[in-house]
Design a protein around this ligand. Structure first.
Ligand SMILES: C[S@@+](CC[C@H](N)C(=O)[O-])C[C@H]1O[C@@H](n2cnc3c(N)ncnc32)[C@H](O)[C@@H]1O
Length: 235
């Protein structure tokens, strides 16, 4: 059952859904697509992969993975924001992916799937927005098959001081203004900055993944550390 805080977050995404993709392209200078494509490198190469993409939003990661990895046999995307899912669904239709991929409204911290249902669980720029993060990680662990893997793509704060300063300047001052102007919702892009700064540093988050029960956790920093991919294996 989503909490009030979680309701407020999904309502915010419902409000910005129409402009979400185009604002992402502008704010990231097109790099958001490249960062999502990096996730494909970590999808196992075995045949007939069943994949769950949590906090799928407008399904950009789901679509990228289905196109880049033909060994994905079934793909399900879940999100709490109905308007984000509607746009994602239209994109799946336009790309001819409906036979392979489907979307449903569900909470990351209360997934409507049997235990050991998926080979891979992915979540891009989403775990930061989940209020009950540890509960959600336990859910990812529960629905993964033995030896399955969780792949998380999330923003991170660059460690090198000069790049960190530039990143702070961009995230604190430029991004809320430009994002607010493009989406007509400045609060959403102030929230983006606050949620990135509040998210644990990669090495701390790695410990959280170990504490959830994942046995191997590797970190892969992208573009001077502005984003990190976490690959966590179950057993
Ligand atoms: C920044 S967007 C990322 C969307 C997409 N993964 C992408 O790469 O563009 C974050 C998404 O997380 C979703 N979200 C937040 N909390 C959630 C939860 N508890 N369960 C499911 N989705 C959630 C929001 O509705 C939103 O669509």
């Amino acid at each position: 059952m989503p909490t009030t805080e979680q309701d407020a977050i999904s309502t915010m995404f419902d409000r910005i859904a129409e402009s979400y993709d185009s604002t992402n392209r502008v704010l990231s200078f097109g790099q958001d697509l490249r960062l999502r494509a990096e996730v494909a490198r970590f999808i196992p190469s075995e045949p007939n992969i069943s994949l769950l993409d949590v906090a799928t939003g407008t399904a950009d990661l789901l679509i990228t993975l289905c196109k880049l990895r033909p060994n994905i046999k079934t793909a399900v995307g879940v999100d709490l924001a109905e308007n984000m899912l509607k746009i994602g669904h239209k994109k799946l239709v336009d790309q001819g992916l409906l036979g392979l991929a489907s979307l449903q409204n569900a909470d990351a911290s209360d997934l409507p799937f049997e235990r050991e249902s998926f080979d891979v669980v992915t979540i891009a720029f989403g775990i930061r927005n989940v209020v009950a993060k540890e509960r959600a990680l336990q859910e990812f662990f529960r629905v993964l098959k033995p030896h399955g893997c969780l792949i998380i793509l999330e923003f991170s704060m660059p460690e090198r001081a000069a790049i960190n300063k530039l990143y702070e300047l961009y995230f604190r001052h430029i991004l809320p203004r430009v994002g607010g102007w493009l989406s007509k919702n400045r609060d959403a892009y102030c929230y983006l900055n606050r949620s990135v700064e509040a998210f644990p540093r990669p090495h701390e988050f790695r410990k959280v993944l170990f504490n959830t029960g994942f046995t191997t956790v590797t970190l892969h920093q992208l573009t001077f550390g502005i984003a990190t991919i976490y690959c966590a294996r179950k057993g």
